[in-house]
Design a protein around this ligand. Sequence first.
Ligand code: PXP
Length: 255
Amino acid sequence: MERLPRLGVNIDHVATLRQLRGTPYPDLLAAARICESAGARQITVHLREDRRHIQDADVRLLRRELAVPMNLEMAIADSIVRFALKTRPDWACLVPEKRREVTTEGGLDVIKQKKKIAQVISKLQKGGVRVSLFVEPDVQVMKAARELGADAVELHTGRYCLARQGVLGRSSERIAETEFKRIQISAILAKSLGLHVHAGHGFDLKNVSAISGLQDQNREPLIEEFNIGHSIICRAVLVGLEQAVHEMLAAIGSP
Ligand code: PXP
């Protein structure tokens, strides 16, 4: 049996750095391979409708070359669904998407968009793609996800993570406690409904452990999978900078 939890590394922001200048570097596939060899059990990318970081060609290349499963975060727009059916990632994580947002804000509205989401889930599953729904940790939402026929939910942990980082003002601690409970209750319910339970958004080295430590009654991790991006890429800047400077010193022949 697979040891849990597994880590999916979201490499969108490697592409963000590349798109910022239109340079051929950093090499996205090389980054994915480093994540794989370091122990990531999935590579996650978000092909946004505005293509601000990941490009179509990136997804095709990663799909061909990756050794580990690929999780494609995607909006439910028809053009993106057609693309997903052609590239056939192992997983599709359906997310809400707004053009002007900095990052994914809030979970999918599984109540209002029920019909459309159900159609997209069914199309993707028929195409051999398993589907998770990026949703708020909420009891009604877990039930709706089950009714819609999703394989998994990915619990949106953004608000919890921000609160734990103390950036939601004086109420941060209280919000963190409330969000923690919502995540725990939703994860227990989702698992009991037969859904796989994933989590993502805003995790860093400090705030992830309370959530990864959540267990079910059999002492198994409640959350099977964590999809984490921004904080890993930020940390990589710090732990990799020394080597990068050494390499450039050698390249310019600095004595
Ligand atoms: N999961 C989903 C559905 C997301 O949209 C994102 C952000 O792209 C993540 C996980 C990763 O979040 P972060 O970059 O904050 O770790």
